[in-house]
Structures are given as C-alpha cells and as structure tokens.
Design a protein around this ligand. Structure first.
Ligand code: HEM
Length: 139
C-alpha cells in the first residue's frame, strides 16, 4: 500500500494533525481572552462616563440663594424663584402669551406673588413653568 492512501494517512498523521489543531484552538482561545478586556474597556469606558455624569448631576440637588437669582436679572439671563424653586425663564420671555414685560418683571426676583396672582391654579402655566426649573431656593 502506498504512503498516501487514506488508511495510511489516517494512521500516521491523525495524531500530529489533531495535536496541531488542539494547539491552534488553545492559542485562539488564549488570544481572544487576552484581547477581550481591551475591547470591553474601549466600549465600556465612554458608556460608564456618560452614565456616571448625569447621575452625579441629578443626585446633587442644585440649590441657589436669592443673591444668585438676583445675579440673573436681564433679558438674556433671567432667573426667578417661585414657591421655593428656581427657574431659568430667559427662553420663555419672547414666547409668553401674556407678553414679554410680564416675564421681564420677574427676572432676578421672587415671582411667587406675581405668578400666583395671575396663574394660580391654572394647568398650562404651571406645566410650562415646571419645564424651566433649574433647582431649589436655599435662602
Ligand atoms: C414664568 C412665569 C410664567 C409662566 C410660565 C406663564 C405662562 C403662561 C401661559 C402658558 C399662558 C397661556 C395660558 C393659556 O392660554 O392657557 C400665559 C398667559 C398669560 N400670562 Fe403668563 N406666565 C408667567 C408669568 C406671568 C406673569 C407674572 C403675568 C402677569 C404679571 C402673566 C400674565 C399672563 C397673561 C395676562 C396671560 C393671558 C394672555 C392672553 O391669553 O391673552 N404671566 N402665561
């Protein structure tokens, strides 16, 4: 029988070939394992950064003093405090259905009396106001 017949190949080469295949598989597994942490690190790091940042921001309650509110008394930087909350209403000035001046009169001040006097108990103004909240009044 010639050396290259099927039977001959089977008996002579099956073990060394199997050995090579096993080493290749082991090498492959080792390679993947050694590379995976790097790939995971690259993918996970930005995710961790983005999830950490907002949670830090949201868990830290933003408190502002009336002095800080008073520092935002212009058309372009307009804060007001209403019922113990602080609102940045600059973007609302030009949109207010009741006019620009009504909101301008609140800039840098406590607007509780003015807001309640005009809109107390009204659903839409209160919903609108809630969207501008930036924190609570501390003093
Ligand atoms: C940041 C505080 C305020 C917010 C978020 C706000 C919001 C609103 C909203 C959403 C409306 C429309 C209501 C609707 O059509 O159902 C409105 C109308 C009006 N607001 Fe205000 N408002 C504020 C402060 C004030 C103040 C301080 C005054 C007066 C001093 C005022 C006077 C009016 C008037 C007169 C209207 C009626 C306009 C019309 O229908 O012709 N608002 N406001």
């Amino acid at each position: 029988m010639n050396w290259y017949t099927t039977k001959d190949v089977n008996t002579k080469y099956i073990f060394p070939v199997a050995l090579v295949v096993v080493f290749l598989i082991l090498g492959g597994v080792y390679f993947i394992q050694s590379k995976t942490p790097e790939i995971v690190a690259v993918v996970v790091t930005p995710e961790t950064a983005t999830t950490t940042q907002p949670s830090t921001v949201s868990t830290t309650p933003s408190g502002y003093t009336s002095a800080e509110v008073a520092a935002h008394a212009t058309r372009t930087s307009c804060w007001t405090s209403i019922n113990g909350n602080v609102y940045d209403v600059a973007a609302w000035i030009s949109k207010h259905p009741g006019g620009v001046d009504a909101i301008l009169s609140l800039c840098g001040k406590d607007g509780t009396a003015a807001f309640s006097g005009q809109h107390g108990g009204q659903k839409r103004p209160e919903t609108e106001l809630a969207g501008f909240k930036i924190g609570v009044l501390t003093k």
